[in-house]
Design a protein around this ligand. Structure first.
Ligand SMILES: Cc1cc2nc3c(=O)[nH]c(=O)nc-3n(C[C@H](O)[C@H](O)[C@H](O)COP(=O)(O)OP(=O)(O)OC[C@H]3O[C@@H](n4cnc5c(N)ncnc54)[C@H](O)[C@@H]3O)c2cc1C
Length: 402
């Protein structure tokens, strides 16, 4: 593959990097105080600036007001934006909205597009994705129990979900529920749009995650669906296709996440180098003179470079050969990049010593919130098992062991 970045993308990335440095990194102290709601009005002003610069919604099609970048280009944008925690939000490409927008574009009816998709892309409303359940394993979602039963013209939804990220203040949820209990496991569930104000949509709490319950976009909710009634017209895509659509949502989504994690690695590397070069450690000596710190810098640089090339290559494979062909690559980048990020952020925290544990730098926030990267969108172990099975199968066939 050709890793060259086009002139157009070069310009876009320069503009984004400059915006992140000048407009967003200075907001980090406010973000790190944990008062998301207080920060939102300022972030909305920044969004207006982004729209004027014509850098809004980089991933989404131009006919809906986005920039229409392809997956490799958008990956590079995620990398640049993730150097600071509010980047993706300010540019209108934050999860879970980005994934929901993709499936609404592909499967939404004209009415659903008008009511939910257009205001979502415009940043006028937010959404959430409600699949994981309290009592069933998220790593084997075909076991999910939430039900959507037909009742006249409606569905009656019942279920106990949690980790519905960004549900607080969202206008609607896309809910995964069993509509066809007798069907084979992968055809039992469907996706249904549930407006947040619907009676029976009960947001129990924002779950404290690593000591932080958060609010608004920056939160994860527990939700009880209790006889929650929505019209059957709210079905998103064909009945029974929920898992297929979920997979379609997750594939490119993993490129977005992985490139975001590379951006976090890049910022952590910047912080490591700044600190190592300025922190005195003995008379006339700074941290950067110590070989162990030099080794961390070199190891981190190698791991980040390797992960970055793997992710870009995977994005290119998805674009040119399709998601099915890139299945193995998607699993590889998901667990490998998350692991690299965890090690690099950990080294940054160690280099900063006591300061690294505080919220006076962004490192502790990366450490807290990004640990989840090895859990959401497929736990490490499931990705590793699936890669290994495929490799063993190929080996067995090649060597006539099957
Ligand atoms: C920050 C965050 C945000 C999230 N956002 C959303 C969201 O917006 N919407 C949503 O629906 N969900 C969301 N999730 C939920 C997430 O998708 C699930 O947590 C994930 O799928 C794992 O499911 P589980 O928590 O039920 O763990 P379990 O399935 O109970 O697994 C627990 C552990 O068991 C081990 N394990 C599981 N399967 C295997 C296996 N086959 N082989 C070996 N070991 C295994 C792994 O170590 C795993 O970590 C989010 C989670 C987090 C942490």
């Amino acid at each position: 593959m050709d890793f060259a970045v086009s002139e157009k993308m070069q310009t876009i990335l320069e503009l984004i990097n400059e915006f992140v440095d000048k407009e967003l990194i200075p907001l980090e102290p406010a973000f790190l105080q944990g008062q998301w709601d207080d920060l939102v009005p300022i972030l909305l002003e920044k969004r207006e600036m982004v729209k004027k610069m014509e850098l809004w919604a980089p991933l989404h099609p131009t006919e809906y007001g986005g920039m229409g970048l392809d997956l490799v280009e958008y990956g590079l944008v995620c990398e640049a934006l993730a150097r600071t925690p509010t980047g993706v939000y300010v540019f209108g490409c934050q999860a879970p909205d980005a994934g929901n927008i993709e499936i609404l574009i592909k499967y939404g009816t004209p009415e659903q597009k008008e009511k939910y998709l257009k205001p979502l892309i415009a940043g006028e409303i937010r959404s959430c994705f409600s699949m994981t359940e309290v009592d069933m394993p998220g790593s084997n979602p075909v076991m999910l129990e939430s039900s959507a039963v037909k009742d006249g013209e409606d569905y009656l939804i019942n279920g106990h979900k949690w980790y519905t990220s960004s549900a607080d203040g969202a206008a609607f949820a896309i809910v995964m529920a069993v509509t066809n209990p007798e069907a084979p496991p992968h055809q039992r569930a469907s996706m249904i749009i549930v407006p947040a104000g619907t009676p029976g949509f009960n947001l129990v709490r924002n779950i404290p995650v690593m000591g932080h319950a958060g609010s608004g976009w920056h939160s994860h909710a527990e939700i009880l669906y209790q006889n929650c009634r929505v019209p059957q017209a709210n079905l998103l895509g064909p009945e029974g296709l929920g898992f297929v659509i979920a997979q379609e949502r997750l594939g490119p989504g993993r490129i977005h996440h992985c490139m975001r994690w590379i951006g976090i690695c890049n910022r952590s590397m910047e912080l490591i180098c700044q600190r190592a070069l300025t922190r005195p450690i003995a008379e006339g000596r700074c941290l950067a003179d110590k070989q162990i710190i030099q080794a961390w810098i070199a190891e981190s640089a190698a791991e980040v470079r390797a992960a970055r090339l793997m992710v870009l290559n995977c994005a290119w494979r998805i674009e040119t050969q399709g998601q099915k062909e890139a299945r193995q690559d998607i699993s590889l980048i998901k667990f490998y990049t998350a692991g690299v990020m965890q090690r690099v952020v950990d080294r940054a925290l160690q280099v900063y010593g006591g300061l690294g544990m505080t919220d006076d730098t962004v490192i502790a926030s990366f450490y807290r919130f990004e640990r989840a990267s090895r859990i959401y969108d497929g736990v490490d172990e499931v990705h590793k098992v699936s890669v290994a099975k495929r490799i063993l199968k190929e080996y067995a066939v090649e060597h006539r062991l099957a």
